[in-house]
Write a protein that binds this ligand. Structure first.
Ligand SMILES: [Zn+2]
Ligand SMILES: [Zn+2]
Ligand SMILES: [Zn+2]
Length: 128
């Protein structure tokens, strides 16, 4: 039997791990508040958007029918601030989840759709 010990690299911001360094992934990881965004050319300041949402009382308490406290936010309030960038929207949600551990819940149902839309706009722009 052969056993080998291998180095495993973990992303600092999410659960992703790999046998190869994740430097590139970390740079764009939606869990990284200082990420770079290839979809909107870094027009969004994730930390600033999160601070704004809190300051403007847009994080709302939405206790469920069992009385379990749950915080959420109108997805459109986030999308307005990220200019509809799907990855930055996701990044804002992730920061809120980190901030309100286990209490913040927001499902971004149209992510895949929004991502495809954004990608096709970029592809069209590149073709000119
Ligand atoms: Zn990651
Ligand atoms: Zn942006
Ligand atoms: Zn973006």
């Amino acid at each position: 039997m052969i056993t080998k010990i291998k180095k495993v690299y973990y992303c600092e911001y999410c659960k992703k791990h790999s046998l190869r360094p994740l430097r590139k992934h970390e740079k764009y990881c939606t869990g990284n508040p200082n990420r770079e965004c290839q979809l909107c050319n870094n027009c969004c300041d994730i930390n600033k958007i999160v601070a704004e949402l809190i300051k403007e009382n847009l994080i709302i308490n939405e206790s469920d029918s069992y009385g379990v406290e749950q915080l959420t936010c109108d997805i459109n309030e986030i999308k307005n601030r990220t200019g509809d960038c799907p990855n930055c929207t996701l990044a804002v949600i992730r920061q809120l989840q980190k901030l309100y551990t286990g209490r913040f819940y927001l499902k971004y149902f149209e992510y895949v759709e929004d991502y495809k839309k954004r990608r096709s706009i970029i592809d069209v722009m590149k073709s000119f």
